[in-house]
Design a protein around this ligand. Structure first.
Ligand SMILES: *[C@@H]1O[C@H](CO)[C@@H](O)[C@H](O)[C@H]1NC(C)=O
Ligand SMILES: *[C@@H]1O[C@H](CO)[C@@H](O)[C@H](O)[C@H]1NC(C)=O
Ligand SMILES: *[C@@H]1O[C@H](CO)[C@@H](O)[C@H](O)[C@H]1NC(C)=O
Length: 148
């Protein structure tokens, strides 16, 4: 039995190494903005879809936090109810990383990450040109690649 199984495992392992990108989540309709203008309360929303699984609709996720002019807040434990998927947003000097996570067994998680460069976070004008607010202006849909 082992002899039959081993070649399959070896093949799967080398395929994983060769694969240039391992997309574990797709974010769709991603938004992040601090509205109304002048507000420091910022909202994130996105649909998190897992390609290659039974998931067809994805789950809608939301979170809020306190940001500032040109600055979106970090998030810990954004929720995607009723699923157990969560997302975090971590900031560093060059931008922000969106990390999605789902528990797949008692001790293991599948996590995917996508980096948002600072250029995609801007002060934006609403209908009233005098009113400015902070918002994400990058692509609405993006892949999140597997991390640890
Ligand atoms: C994305 O937003 C559009 C417009 O609101 C909506 O029709 C569509 O269902 C959304 N897609 C997902 C996957 O939630
Ligand atoms: C997610 O939100 C969109 C609107 O943005 C809605 O059309 C869709 O039905 C929602 N999906 C789920 C799974 O609740
Ligand atoms: C910020 O995080 C991204 C994604 O992990 C990384 O590529 C980039 O080098 C980091 N920037 C700094 C200044 O550490």
């Amino acid at each position: 039995m082992m002899k039959l199984l081993l070649p399959a495992l070896v093949t799967a392992a080398s395929a994983a190494v060769i694969a240039p990108r391992d997309v574990v989540f797709e974010a769709r309709n991603f938004t992040a903005s601090c509205l109304p203008p002048g507000s420091t309360t910022c909202f994130y929303s996105l649909n998190l879809f897992m390609p290659g699984t039974m998931d067809t609709q994805g789950y809608n996720c939301t979170a809020s936090g306190t940001g500032g002019p040109g600055l979106l807040p970090e998030i810990q434990g954004g929720t995607c109810l009723p699923s157990s998927r969560t997302f975090d947003v971590l900031r560093n000097e060059t931008g922000m990383t969106v990390i999605a996570s789902v528990q797949v067994s008692r001790l293991s998680y599948t996590r995917g990450a996508h980096f948002i460069p600072s250029e995609q976070i801007q002060l934006t004008h609403g209908d009233d040109p005098l009113e400015v607010y902070t918002a994400y202006v990058g692509p609405k849909d993006f892949p999140l690649e597997r991390i640890w």
